[in-house]
Ligand binder design. Structure first.
Ligand SMILES: C[S@@+](CC[C@H](N)C(=O)[O-])C[C@H]1O[C@@H](n2cnc3c(N)ncnc32)[C@H](O)[C@@H]1O
Length: 254
């Protein structure tokens, strides 16, 4: 029996892959990959059969149970099987379901971490998610729950944190903004919505918590995260200064 590697592909840019991940991809015989994995990353797996199992743009993803079974079956026929996931496999990546299935079938597995969207986004914004004496508590949350799942109190976590990174939240922007404001978060809390971090088509939309629904309307179809907290105040101040300068320049020439 072979080994199944749960590998983080990073946030999008192919050069944000770890050296360990690249080395395993080169040896892979089968790669089951998410939809947003960069084509150059897949090219590293030159010997492998590549099987897309991710969901994107309204297309149905392969059911998780079926992916679990395919991983187990592939490990019975191949030495090196890769499950390649966007970002880090252990952050909102359903890795535990795959780990449980592999453990249950007695199959050896290894996790190869990747750069998660939260840190790629902080890099894009040029801010630190933590800050000495000021921001000591970061949460990664999602308000999204699948059908039949128990609701989670994501808002309580965001309210308690100095910095919050909200995954899969753009479609719920109205709810996020309204719920946090209703429960006492300041309307002017600095925030940024970042789309397609690390990729050439990246977009950074800074604003405040009250602006979130409008920012989400302006975002495109790429994956987006919302970063929230005082560590973003400088980003917000800079963008306001830029807007004021642009308005002044426009008025001068009008
Ligand atoms: C199913 S979760 C997977 C997260 C992934 N495992 C990680 O560690 O980044 C998908 C969500 O991650 C976020 N995401 C992934 N890549 C991103 C990127 N390049 N820029 C912004 N957000 C991203 C978005 O919130 C997207 O809806």
């Amino acid at each position: 029996m072979g080994t199944v590697y749960l590998v983080g592909a990073g946030p999008g840019a192919p050069d944000l892959l770890t050296l360990r991940a690249a080395e395993i991809l080169k040896r892979a015989e089968v790669v089951f990959h998410d939809a947003l994995v960069h084509p150059q990353t897949l090219e590293l797996a030159a010997l492998a059969e590549k099987i897309a199992v991710g969901k994107r743009s309204g297309r149905h993803s392969t059911a998780q149970k079926f992916i679990n079974k395919r991983l187990v079956d592939a490990a019975r026929d191949h030495e090196v099987v890769v499950r390649l996931k966007g970002g880090d496999p252990t952050i909102f990546g359903r890795a535990q379901e795959e780990i449980d299935a592999l453990r249950g079938a007695g199959i050896t597995f290894e996790i190869v971490p990747g750069v998660t969207a939260a840190t790629a986004t902080a890099a894009e914004l040029g801010v630190s998610l933590t800050r000495r004496g000021f921001a000591r508590h970061v949460v990664f949350v999602t308000p999204r729950t699948a059908a039949g799942e128990r609701e989670n109190d994501w808002a309580a976590s965001v309210l308690a944190a100095d910095t919050a990174v909200i995954y899969m939240g753009a479609g719920l922007a109205e709810t996020i903004s309204a719920e946090l404001i209703r429960r006492g978060k300041r309307r002017d809390t600095p925030l940024a919505l970042v789309e397609s971090a690390s990729l050439p088509e990246r977009r950074v939309l800074p604003g405040t918590l009250a602006d979130l629904p409008e920012l989400a309307r302006r975002a495109g179809l790429g994956p987006t995260v919302v970063l929230l907290g005082e560590v973003l105040r400088a980003v917000l101040a800079e963008s306001t200064a830029t807007s004021i300068k642009e308005i002044e320049a426009f008025l001068k020439h009008a």
